[in-house]
Design a protein around this ligand. Structure first.
Ligand code: SF4
Ligand code: SF4
Length: 198
């Protein structure tokens, strides 16, 4: 194998950054400063006018600013975004997880803890007596979802508000992970979601 001299590597590809020459008007400097101030002031006056109009119930179809008014207004999240985990359920409401331990094994931050148990139904080998995710250690890599052989864990919840005042409440247990999510951030209803297969 050829030895590469990393200290003398030559980069002869063209840069994508094109230098733009300044015109006389920009070189004078002050006219551009004044133009910037007028532009900013114009946006401020326009947005303030729209906000005041909203207070009086007017111009409802106009936005007062380009920023999202969180938390009332949530920024759209891409459907492939890896949000907070959820454990999938069988039609009878029991967990789909078979406690095979693959997700716990592959998790790079070792934040999944599973205690397997014999299933009361002899047709099913195991199920998790306990399934916990320490979300403070999770790096949201999605390996657990990829490793699961029975689609028992997903990160399609679009839940991004996972902060808490209490660290002990950041360890999600099986019951919490199996709770149906409604309202903003709820995952798609179709199972399996068609977009996942696209
Ligand atoms: S997303 Fe990654 S770090 Fe988080 S629980 Fe799954 S495997 Fe572990
Ligand atoms: S990989 Fe899937 S089935 Fe196996 S323990 Fe994890 S969630 Fe359960």
């Amino acid at each position: 194998m050829a030895n590469i001299d990393y200290n003398n590597l030559k980069t002869n590809y063209e840069t994508s950054v094109q230098k733009v020459e300044m015109g006389l008007w920009e070189k004078i400097y002050y006219p551009e400063v004044i133009r910037g101030l007028l532009l900013t002031t114009g946006h401020f006056v326009r947005n303030m006018t729209v906000h005041i109009a909203h207070v009086f119930g007017l111009a409802r179809n106009k936005r007062g600013a380009v920023t999202y008014q969180y938390p009332e207004e949530r920024r759209p999240i891409h459907r492939r975004y890896r949000g907070r985990h959820r454990l999938m359920k069988k039609p009878d409401g029991s967990e789909r997880c078979t406690a095979c331990m693959l997700c716990e094994t592959i998790c790079p931050t070792q934040c999944i803890s599973i205690i397997p148990q014999e299933h009361p139904d002899p047709a099913v080998e195991k199920h998790p007596a306990s399934y916990e995710i320490d979300i403070l250690r999770c790096c949201f890599c999605g390996y657990c979802v990829e490793a699961c052989p029975c689609d028992a864990i997903r990160m399609d919840t679009q839940k991004v508000e996972i902060a808490n005042w209490d660290r002990t409440r950041m360890v999600y247990d099986k019951e919490y992970l199996m709770t149906d999510i409604t309202g903003p951030g709820a995952p798609p209803e179709n199972d399996p979601p068609l977009w996942w297969l696209q």
